[in-house]
Design a protein around this ligand. Structure first.
Ligand SMILES: C[S@@+](CC[C@H](N)C(=O)[O-])C[C@H]1O[C@@H](n2cnc3c(N)ncnc32)[C@H](O)[C@@H]1O
Length: 174
């Protein structure tokens, strides 16, 4: 299970500024962000492919949070007001064993793109997506995709660490 780190806290902090009816987190890990969503939204759901993380959330968070073991947002048809995610973004080095909590496949961004595509399909018309992006991943590819999909994006948070820069991006249709 992914233990809360700088990227988790950056997302958790951004989430505090949003309220609404329904929210979804893709890739819940230990649930540190889910817990904050639960304070500001009436309906809260989370997904992960790691069963251990989901069991930990089930045992430690409120019972009315819906949890699903699935790829990205694929278990849902409901349209959410807010969708948040801190995707695994590290590139997989040669001969390295893949850890789905941190690796986003060979060049690091495939999982991020999968999460964004999946999130768009369940985002309400006026909804927002918050996503953590790292300077260690290929930001240009992500930006190209957002431009191609005519999605609006703005940086709402930044954290400079000694080995990377983390950003919180807000994405919306309008
Ligand atoms: C960087 S961790 C973030 C965890 C937590 N949100 C946080 O900020 O501390 C990424 C999470 O995404 C999950 N994950 C990886 N691939 C996934 C997929 N295809 N669908 C859903 N969750 C996935 C991992 O198991 C991991 O819990």
């Amino acid at each position: 299970m992914y233990l809360p780190s700088e990227d988790s806290f950056l997302l958790a902090n951004a989430v505090k500024g949003y309220t609404g009816k329904s929210a979804l987190e893709i890739g819940v890990g230990s649930g540190v962000v889910l817990q904050i969503l639960h304070e500001n939204f009436q309906i809260v759901a989370g997904t992960d492919i790691d069963f251990v993380s989901l069991r930990y959330c089930k045992e430690n968070l409120s019972n009315d949070i819906m949890l699903a073991c699935c790829d990205a947002a694929s278990a849902f048809r409901h349209k959410f007001d807010l969708i948040v995610t801190n995707p695994p973004y590290l590139p997989l080095e040669d001969n390295e064993r893949k850890d789905s909590a941190i690796h986003g496949n060979s060049n690091g961004i495939e999982t991020t793109l999968n999460f964004v595509k999946s999130a768009i399909s369940v985002l309400a018309d006026n909804g927002k997506i918050l996503i953590i992006i790292s300077s260690l991943s290929n930001y240009t590819k992500i930006d190209e995709f957002l431009v191609q999909m005519k999605l609006r994006r703005r940086t709402i948070g930044k954290r400079k660490l000694f080995f990377e820069i983390l950003m919180t991006l807000e994405i919306s249709f309008t």
